[in-house]
Design a protein around this ligand. Structure first.
Ligand code: AMP
Length: 187
C-alpha cells in the first residue's frame, strides 16, 4: 500500500507517518529529510536543491522526481511507501501516479491532516526555538506556509476530485490521532 500524507508544515504528519510506516512495515519517505540528507552529502541533486530550501521555496520538480524514483525502486519499497511532504504540486502528483503505474505499484491512500492555522503557527514557532534547522527563521517559516498554500492546496483538490482524499483531524493526543489514521487507512 502506498500512503500519501498531506498537510501544512507543523500538522503532525511526520510523527504520524512514522507511526504508520512502522505499523505497516514499509519505509517512510520524508522529502524534506531526504533533501537535507542530499545537501549534507553534497550530491548533485543536493547541491542544486540547497538554495531553494534555504529560502523556503519549493525545490524544482525534476530534482524531486529523481529522488522519488530512486526511493520507489529500492528493495525496501517493495510493499509500498509512506510519502511525507510529497507531492507538493499537481505535476508531482501526476508524476508519482505515472511512476507507481510504471513500476506496477498501484493502490494509494491519501490522508490530509487538518489543523487550524493558529495551532500550526504555535507549533512551528515552538519547534524553531528548540530545533537545529537552518530554515527555521521566522521569514522562512512564513514562506513555507505560503508555499504550502500556493502549491499543496491544489494537490488536495486534485485528490478530492479523484475521490481518494481522507481527512484526519490533526488535533488531539498522538495516540488519538494515530487511531484516526488507522481508521482512515482501513487497518
Ligand atoms: P519540509 O521538511 O517538508 O519542511 O521541507 C523543507 C524544504 O524542502 C522545503 O521548504 C522545500 O524547499 C523542500 N521540499 C520538501 N519537499 C518538497 C517537495 N515535495 N517539492 C519541492 N520542494 C520540497
Amino acid at each position: 500500500m502506498n500512503v500519501i500524507l498531506l498537510g501544512p508544515p507543523g500538522s503532525g504528519k511526520g510523527t504520524q507517518g512514522a507511526i504508520l510506516a512502522r505499523r505497516l512495515g514499509i519505509p517512510k519517505i520524508d522529502m524534506g529529510e531526504l533533501l537535507r540528507d542530499a545537501v549534507r552529502r553534497g550530491t548533485e541533486p543536493g547541491l542544486q536543491a540547497k538554495r531553494y530550501m534555504d529560502e523556503g521555496s519549493p525545490v524544482p520538480d525534476e530534482i524531486i522526481m529523481q529522488l522519488v524514483e530512486e526511493q520507489l525502486t529500492g528493495a525496501e519499497a517493495e510493499g509500498g511507501v509512506v510519502f511525507d511532504g510529497f507531492p507538493r504540486s499537481i505535476r508531482q502528483a501526476e508524476a508519482v501516479d505515472r511512476l507507481l503505474a510504471e513500476h506496477g505499484k498501484g493502490g494509494k491512500v491519501v490522508l490530509l491532516f487538518d489543523v487550524s492555522e493558529e495551532e500550526l503557527v504555535r507549533r512551528m514557532v515552538l519547534r524553531a526555538s528548540t530545533g537545529q534547522r537552518t530554515d527555521d527563521s521566522t521569514e522562512a517559516i512564513r514562506r513555507r506556509v505560503e508555499a504550502y498554500r500556493r502549491s499543496t492546496a491544489p494537490v488536495v483538490g486534485y485528490y478530492r476530485e479523484l475521490g481518494i482524499l481522507k481527512i484526519v483531524p490533526g488535533t488531539g493526543s498522538e495516540d488519538e490521532v494515530a487511531e484516526e489514521v488507522k481508521r482512515a487507512v482501513g487497518e
